[in-house]
Design a protein around this ligand. Structure first.
Ligand code: ZN
Ligand code: ZN
Ligand code: ZN
Length: 301
């Protein structure tokens, strides 16, 4: 059995969603450049750390935009599962950029502790105010977004704004006291926070590349649903993996109690009904009669 969801999906608000994403992308890309230049001019490693983070955001939004387009494309003879899995390459590329960026910031910050350089607090203050406004505006802009992506992004933008509030406070503090450790300390904290999140999502991406089971709970539920069918004796060669963490693929061999091929039709019908709530993207099952040997004589399960 195989469920096909390969057709064109028409989303009513696809254009509005893309418009909002484009807007946020342009804002982020411009601001990232401003941050790198500003961070360099003010000699603030905290702002540089923010710039690296925003570079990652910009890349993530860019790959979301590309996938918005490609994800709708039909599967073809070369890419029989469609193009969704390409998002993994975007995620991997983004993770590498962020890890390299964070290591660079960390090494810069560690040097700063020795050099005792005081960043330009006035410049930091202006950049931080701009950061709060830009991130706040982007978050407001996405607040009308309904898709899961937009809501995640919205929450993320609020987090970014909080980061800028911290820089703002630091800039004010540096107006009054000459704490040379404050700016590198902030950038170390920012970098470690970014690294922590990157490594977590990188682990997820690598698991998907390795075709690990995306959701053990779901896998168990699907197995139980299939095994629970009255005419089903047992399962083997059960596989669950995921195209992109969201669209899952399941295949299995299903051994039946009966030796009558007539049992195939009601079993298939029941499989369809039972799996419907799980919303699995692509399923393939091989039915084996009670007296039938498995075509694949391996011990793999
Ligand atoms: Zn198919
Ligand atoms: Zn961000
Ligand atoms: Zn088999």
């Amino acid at each position: 059995m195989s469920e096909h969801h390969h057709g064109h999906h028409h989303h009513d608000h696809g254009d509005a969603s893309e418009g909002r994403l484009l807007m946020v992308f342009a804002l982020n890309a411009c601001f990232t450049v401003v941050e790198f230049v500003g961070g360099y001019l003010t000699q603030s490693t905290a702002i540089m750390a923010d710039a690296v983070h925003d570079l990652g955001d910009t890349l993530a939004i860019a790959s979301a935009l590309i996938l918005n387009r490609l994800g709708h494309r039909q599967s073809d003879a070369n890419f029989t599962y469609g193009y969704r899995r390409l998002s993994l390459f975007g995620a991997l590329f983004n993770a590498i950029v962020l890890v390299v960026g964070c290591l660079w910031i960390l090494s810069e910050a560690l040097q700063r502790f020795d050099q005792a350089i005081l960043p330009n607090a006035q410049g930091m203050l202006w950049l931080a105010m701009l950061g709060v406004v830009v991130n706040g505006a982007a978050a407001l802009r996405l607040r009308s977004g309904k898709t899961m992506n937009e809501r995640v992004l919205n929450w993320h933008l609020l987090e970014d704004m909080l980061g800028w509030v911290v820089v703002l406070v630091a800039a004010i503090v540096l107006h009054f006291v000459q704490w040379t450790w404050l700016d590198p300390a902030l950038s170390v904290a920012f970098s470690l926070f970014i690294l922590f999140n990157v490594l977590r999502s990188l682990k997820e991406t690598l698991r998907l590349f390795a075709q690990a089971t995306p959701d053990n709970e779901l896998s168990l539920q699907v197995k139980q649903a299939l095994s629970g069918i009255e005419q089903v004796q047992s399962l083997h060669h059960f596989h669950m993996w995921s195209l992109d963490g969201d669209k899952h693929v399941v295949s299995a061999h299903i051994k039946l109690n009966s030796s009558d091929t007539a049992s195939h039709i009601p079993v298939k019908r029941e499989i369809s009904a039972l799996l419907k709530p799980f919303n699995i993207h692509h399923t393939t099952f091989e039915l084996e009669l009670a007296d039938e040997h498995c075509r694949m004589h391996s011990k793999e399960s």
